[in-house]
Design a protein around this ligand. Structure first.
Ligand code: ATR
Length: 279
């Protein structure tokens, strides 16, 4: 049996073991997936120990996604764009880093929620690790306009600048008007608004004005459970369709599973089961 796990601090709350176990069951894969609490200064040691013990790969969550990226010998393009990794695959002593958060988000929006991003106006709020992980895949979906806004505008400007010069995005950037602004900055309104800030965790409110929502817009919070509720309620009160990040969680897990096992799990079914479980 092959072994995998999720590394984080904290990690107790992680739903990844549940999701991966269900994927394995539904696809008949013989694997075990656990969770491991890593001391804040112990990521490199833990990784070396996992590799020695024959573990095949892991997911990485807060606060180790940047270290995970740095530790790898090969890095996917999307991990390079994010400068962070949520998925590692071990091949002997070689570590391959990937970042499946962005494709997970795009898959949940386009397939599970049925909202196409091509040609649409998209507002991404936040410029921390969560936003960095999804900007490249959002661009790849071909929006007409993608505006990144952040409380600290300089961070949004730097993130956009990094993407602007990346060779893999040059063709895509001809289709999309990409810009970085402060929270009050964006002109006009948007079809899809994505909250990638930690505002709710910091006790803050919704960081943008309701005028950014087009009638019937999709307002997406990358969190799920209680931290997402303030943003989702605000969105509904202003006529938007509200969606939490549970689907993103399941879809990023599905992409990691496919990378490790070469088999695509039935993610929509597992998302439905997770919703029923959390209801
Ligand atoms: P994560 O990895 O979850 O993205 P992070 O890197 O600490 O965490 O980034 C947190 C994001 O939430 C940032 O975009 C942060 O804005 P700043 O860059 O200005 O710090 C944003 N954020 C946190 N609290 C906020 C608040 N009360 N209002 C608006 N944005 C907030």
């Amino acid at each position: 049996m092959d072994h995998y796990c999720v590394l984080g601090n904290p990690v107790e709350h992680s739903k990844s073991p549940l999701i991966q176990a269900r994927f394995a069951e539904l696809t008949g894969q013989s694997m075990h997936y656990g969770k491991q609490l890593v001391p804040l200064d112990g990521f490199a040691d833990t990784l070396a120990q996992l590799i020695r013990s024959g573990v095949r790969g892991c997911n990485v969550t807060v606060p180790f996604k940047f270290e995970a990226f740095q530790a790898a010998s090969t890095q996917s393009e999307r991990a390079q764009l994010a400068q962070a990794a949520n998925t590692l695959k071990f091949d002997g002593s070689t570590i391959h880093a990937d970042n499946t958060d962005g494709v997970g988000l795009v898959q949940d929006i386009q397939v599970n929620a049925g909202v196409s991003l091509a040609g649409r106006d998209v507002l991404l709020i936040g410029a921390g690790g969560a936003a960095a992980g999804v900007l490249g895949p959002l661009l790849a979906a071909g929006p007409r306009r993608l505006v990144l806004v952040n409380r600290t505008k300089d961070k949004a400007v730097a993130l956009v600048a990094r993407h602007r010069v990346h060779p893999s995005l040059q063709e895509l950037l001809q289709k999309t008007e990409l810009s970085a602004q402060d929270l009050q900055g964006p002109e006009g309104d948007f079809d899809v608004i994505i909250n990638a800030t930690a505002s709710s965790l910091a006790g803050g409110g919704v960081p943008v004005e309701p005028r950014v929502l087009k009638a019937g817009a999709l307002a997406y919070d990358m969190m799920y459970g209680p931290p997402a509720q303030g943003f989702l309620r605000w969105a509904q009160e202003h006529g938007a369709v509200a969606r939490d990040g549970l689907g993103m969680l399941v879809e990023q897990a599905a992409e990691a599973f496919a990378l490790w096992r070469g088999v695509r799990p039935p993610s929509a079914q597992v998302l439905q089961e997770m919703r029923a479980r959390l209801a």
